[in-house]
Design a protein around this ligand. Structure first.
Ligand code: ZN
Length: 832
């Protein structure tokens, strides 16, 4: 299907004004297809001109434009030409559409727990025409009237309040004007919990088999929802405009969540079946708040074209953290941002695919998607924090309010947004936005100290911008130092040149650990001094400032990726500091990063068992001392389960014996144990199947696939490869879980055959897997055989001209990580 180009979108929106959509969906036609009838009313500024409507149908029954039938056979490449338009037009399209299984369009999944089917619409970014005939571009907004026919026992939720008539038809209330990609319908035997706040009816919904966790988590979810509503109402000064507010936890969702007005969809792993760490609850609260902030920024005011999608996400990323800190108990949300979101964004910045936050002209819709990454979220949010430091918070918020008011129910651009902030602040943002938004890459900041007898004589902040992407970014941040847990000095500074002196530090004792950007206000590579890195094992656990500790961990991770910190130095800090960590985000995320990234990527294969054993010792020590049922205990138990080589312990835990308190009936915890047993070859297919039978759920099925693919025998790998790359009709989630298990192997020889096959078979999957899902599969399935030969095949594949944009982008990113791993092994290999 061809992707809409910017030129086409501009031309069509200059010609067309959409008045309304009436969409009728028949979801009672079995598991494969559904009926779709659209009546589209629209104006045309130049009567007599032609245009087209977007439609990706399984079959088309009829197309009637202003009473005249058009030949359905003329549907080509996802478009139907509309000739000779009148000033006012009515288009009626009757079609049959296919359900999807890759999380794009109207996704349908069967829950193995009870055999029930569930449907949800995810029409971002250009999947709307696979559900109804439409002018699919973000600046052609219109109100929707949606009706749905569904099986007798189904519930229907959508953008407008749903009511069920006597004949079983569901009617959704007429919406406010929406962009096409926001339209959604969720239908199935969903179970619901309802509430109300400040006049807004609230609902949360999930599969019937998730009733227990839904009810268990409902109070927390509603609490964050209500606090976020109050906070955003106060901050934006505009009432939530979309009627009811539903949050639907749906199966096999590609992203975290989607901000459909009035009907937000979430991945249903967020309804944690077993024990959840505080960090997991924080992450979910952050997602709830993030999606809600989009109701104003994104939904009420939508970007004109996809190249400003970043502004939606940067804004929501910033606002959700601000809301959590100011309006909920998750007052450490910025710590989470440092150790989760910014670590992700810095990874994107290190890749050759990095790009400016804004101003990358997206010539078509699909190419916009390729620049939608950690830069759009984490760097954009950091840039907004720097913008606030530059213009002042009151003026920033006044500008945001003016922008949202001025563009309500319409569209805006970056230029509109900056103009609003310029008007409210009286500051010219031309140079600021050129440096921060329009130039890729990041500065490196470090602090240089001259000392005499342990007293600072001179302290300077050094700011280096990349030679090939020069920029003059102003940074506002602070520098802080500690010795034995005592803060010896903290200085706020605004850096506007390559060297900035910090006179406040002169004459103060030189600290053992000095942290630039200690409160993590800016976006930069933080270079820790050699003496600071050497002091960290002893000093980091004593630093009372959790935000600064997160900055240190982030800098270490960045340093390992950049081959400036050895994996061994990282593990030294891990051994000493991790078990004493008290912040839930740092504790859980650093553990996961060490286990799943640092050791398998950066530690050479012969040393990996010893490195894993180090992680295991640290985790076992923490588990022993931690209070049962706490985040510490849970994080430690998970790391023990994933890293232990103690067969007796693993078998006991898998059989439910001697489990740490709170994990007795935790199916997800059991799968961590079973996966470890499978990866070590201590169990076989039959036992994996037996554990699957104990957890016959969607999540259990996915874990069983991953475990089976992890088995260290050639037959299991061959099976996994066929399941992953064959046209077996595997869903998006199933493919990712197969890929996760595939490369798990005690030695490279077991999986070496699949390295060349990856570079031919996986790109070919673009023939039947959607781009959004495939981009994840390409990343997760990338060979974990870290050799020059893999790098050679990778480079050769990236140079191919027939790759789809998503495959190309993901290959570039995975290849960058391979090269980081190789560089680190080359630099530190002998010393580990
Ligand atoms: Zn978002």
């Amino acid at each position: 299907m061809r992707s809409l180009t910017l030129a086409e979108a501009r031309e069509r929106s200059s010609l067309i004004t959409v008045t309304s959509y009436a969409v009728e969906l028949d979801l009672d036609q079995g598991p494969d297809v559904f009926g779709s009838r659209t009546v589209l009313r629209f104006g045309c500024t130049t009567p007599g001109a032609g245009s087209w409507v977007d439609l990706k149908a399984h079959s088309v029954e009829s197309i009637v434009l202003n009473g005249e039938s058009l030949d359905p056979a003329q549907l080509a490449d996802g478009r139907v030409a509309l000739p000779d338009l009148a000033a006012d037009n009515e288009l009626a399209v009757v079609a049959t559409m296919a359900y999807s299984h890759d999380g794009q369009g109207l996704h349908r999944a069967t829950d193995p727990a009870d055999g029930q089917d569930y449907v949800y619409g995810h029409l971002f970014l250009d999947a709307a025409p696979s559900v109804f005939a439409c002018f699919d571009q973000p600046d052609l907004k219109a109100p929707y009237d949606v009706t749905v026919h569904a099986p007798e026992d189904w519930t229907v939720v959508g953008n407008g309040a749903a009511t069920r008539a006597a004949d079983g038809t569901w009617t959704l209330a007429t919406t406010r004007p929406l962009a096409t990609y926001f339209m959604t319908v969720c239908a199935g035997p969903y179970v619901s919990v309802r509430d109300e706040h400040d006049g807004i009816p609230l609902g949360i919904h999930a599969r019937a088999s998730l009733r227990e966790p839904l009810e268990r988590h409902a109070a927390e979810l509603f609490d964050v929802t209500k606090r976020s509503f109050d906070y955003f109402h106060g901050l934006f000064g505009i009432r939530y405009p979309f009627g009811e507010y539903h949050q639907v936890f749906v199966p096999e969702f590609n992203a975290g969540a989607m901000e459909n007005p009035g009907c937000v969809t979430f991945r249903d792993q967020y309804l944690y079946r077993g024990a959840a760490t505080r960090d997991e609850l924080l992450t979910r609260a952050n997602t709830v708040s993030h999606e809600m902030s989009h109701m104003w920024f994104g939904d009420l005011v939508t970007m004109q074209w996809w190249d400003d999608l970043w502004l939606n996400e940067s804004f929501a990323e910033y606002m959700s953290h601000r809301c959590l800190v100011e309006a909920t108990d998750y007052t450490d949300a910025w710590v989470d941002s440092s150790i989760v979101r910014k670590v992700w964004g810095y990874g994107a910045e290190r890749s050759p695919s990095t790009h400016p936050v804004a101003g990358v002209e997206a010539l078509d819709a699909q190419s916009a998607l390729q620049n939608f990454d950690g830069i759009s979220y984490a760097k954009g949010a950091a840039a907004l924090r720097q913008l606030i430091a530059y213009v002042g918070d009151d003026r920033f918020i006044a500008g945001v309010r003016a922008y949202l008011t001025d563009k309500s129910f319409g569209n805006g651009t970056l230029a509109d947004f900056l103009r609003a902030i310029e008007a409210s602040s009286g500051k010219d943002l031309e140079a600021w936005s050129r440096a921060w938004l329009l130039t890729a890459d990041r500065d490196t900041i470090s602090v240089e100290i001259d000392e005499q007898n342990g007293v600072v004589e001179r302290a300077q902040v050094l700011r280096e911008s990349p030679a090939d992407r020069p920029a003059d970014r102003p940074h506002t941040f602070d520098v802080a130092g500690w010795t034995d847990g005592c803060e010896l000095g903290r200085v706020s500074t605004t850096v506007t040149g390559p060297v900035t002196t910090l006179p406040e530090l002169e004459g103060t004792p030189e600290p053992a650990v000095l942290v630039p950007n200690a409160s993590d206000l800016t976006w930069a590579r933080v270079r820790l001094s050699d003496s600071t890195v050497a002091a960290l094992p002893a000093q980091l656990p004593q630093i009372p400032d959790e935000q600064a500790r997160a900055v240190v961990w982030s800098a270490l991770i960045d340093g390992v990726h950049g081959a400036s910190v050895s994996p061994d130095a990282f593990l030294d800090v891990f051994d000493a500091a991790w078990p004493q960590e008290t912040n839930s985000s740092i504790l859980t995320r650093v553990a996961a990063y060490a286990e799943h990234r640092i050791v398998p990527y950066f530690v050479p294969r012969p040393e990996q068992d010893a490195a894993t054993a180090r992680l295991n010792r640290a985790a076992a020590g923490l588990l022993e001392g931690a209070e049962p049922g706490t985040t510490e205990s849970l994080a430690a138990a998970r790391l023990v389960a994933g890293t232990s080589d103690d067969e007796a312990l693993l078998r006991a835990w898998a059989d439910g014996e001697g489990l740490p308190a709170g994990l007795e009936d935790d199916g997800d915890f059991r799968w961590i144990v079973v996966r470890n047993l499978a990866a070590r070859g201590l169990i076989g297919v039959d036992e994996v199947d037996a554990f699957r039978a104990k957890d016959d759920t969607l999540q259990g099925g996915l874990n069983a696939l991953m475990c089976r693919a992890s088995l260290p025998d050639p037959e299991a790998k061959a099976w996994a490869w066929r399941q992953l790359t064959g046209r077996e009709g595997r869903s998006n989630y199933e493919m990712v879980h197969l890929a996760r298990g595939l490369w798990v192997a005690p030695d490279d020889a077991l999986v070496a055959d699949y390295v060349p096959r990856y570079f031919t078979d996986v790109p070919a999957m673009a023939g039947w897997v959607g781009e959004d899902a495939l981009s994840r599969v390409v990343l997760v399935a990338f060979p974990r055989v870290f050799t020059e030969e893999t790098a050679r095949l990778s480079a050769k594949t990236i140079a191919r001209e027939d790759l789809t944009p998503a495959v190309h982008r993901s290959l570039v990113d995975a290849d960058a990580e391979l090269r980081e791993a190789l560089a680190s092994r080359q630099t530190f290999g002998a010393a580990v």
